[in-house]
Design a binder for this molecule. Structure first.
Ligand code: SF4
Ligand code: SF4
Length: 242
């Protein structure tokens, strides 16, 4: 199975973009022989994301979970396919928070995605796909199969935009442009974000989703520049003194 055949196989499972990276330097020590990562991108529904204004919606919570199931299914099927061809592969869960490292999973999807050249980490701490913006979720598979890798993206392309930081109700976003190697806490406070969701959005999605910083991002939102949505949101946040 060559790289192109693998790409076509994953595409046939229903993804929006695919990239490959070398993760030899960043893989956990127990997975040191897995030198390559496969990243795939699933676009979220614009209609559902656009409905997120100053709080998440129950429909978004359902969508978030459906996409995670879809990601895990693709990851599992691709892992099996790679093993059928004699390669080793590890399926990284779509969403995970480790007991010993809360807010972190077994391997960071965003690291593999930026190394594959698919996008950067936004001021929001979300992965920002170069075309679809942050309205995506990521799947990752580690493998020992050699792959043709992409060109890493090593710095943010957010520029002077600060919309996510100014609209975050938890004030969890520092407003700092990401560069490769930065620690997450320099960009955003995962604990403050999580606490806000648990306290304010328990009745919607059991306090595990928010999505405001994703919805407000101008990249990949499908609206023309200077769109009405921003004007409405900016006026409403000014009224609230945000
Ligand atoms: S998900 Fe919500 S609370 Fe968390 S950083 Fe984004 S806007 Fe702030
Ligand atoms: S809203 Fe602006 S600053 Fe935040 S991630 Fe999107 S482009 Fe970057």
């Amino acid at each position: 199975m060559d790289t192109q055949a693998l790409k076509e196989y994953i595409r046939s499972l229903g993804v929006s973009d695919i990239g490959f990276s070398q993760v030899k330097e960043v893989a956990p020590s127990q997975w040191a022989e897995y030198h390559y990562a496969i990243t795939y991108v699933i676009q979220l529904s614009h209609g559902i994301v656009n409905d997120i204004k100053d709080q998440p919606t129950e429909t978004y919570f359902s969508h978030y979970r459906s996409v995670n199931y879809h990601i895990n299914e693709i990851t599992l099927r691709t892992t099996i396919e790679l093993q059928n061809y004699g390669y080793k592969a590890i399926a990284i869960p779509a969403s995970q928070s480790l007991h010993d490292a809360p807010y972190y999973g077994a391997f960071p999807h965003k690291t593999a995605a930026t190394l594959a050249g698919l996008g950067w980490i936004g001021k929001s701490g979300l992965f920002v796909h170069h075309k679809f913006g942050p309205r995506v979720r990521l799947g990752t598979i580690l493998t020992n199969k050699e792959l043709s890798i992409g060109t890493p993206i090593i710095a943010s392309k957010c520029g002077n935009c600060n919309l996510c930081a100014s609209h975050c109700p938890a004030m969890a976003i520092e407003g700092v442009n990401w560069e490769q190697g930065m620690e997450r806490k320099q960009i955003f406070d995962a604990h403050a974000c999580s606490m806000h969701m648990k306290e304010k959005f328990q009745h919607i999605g059991r306090g595990s989703v928010c999505g405001i910083c994703m919805s407000i991002c101008p990249i990949g939102n499908g609206f023309p520049k200077g769109n009405r949505r921003f004007i409405v949101l900016n006026i409403s946040s000014k009224l609230k003194g945000v």
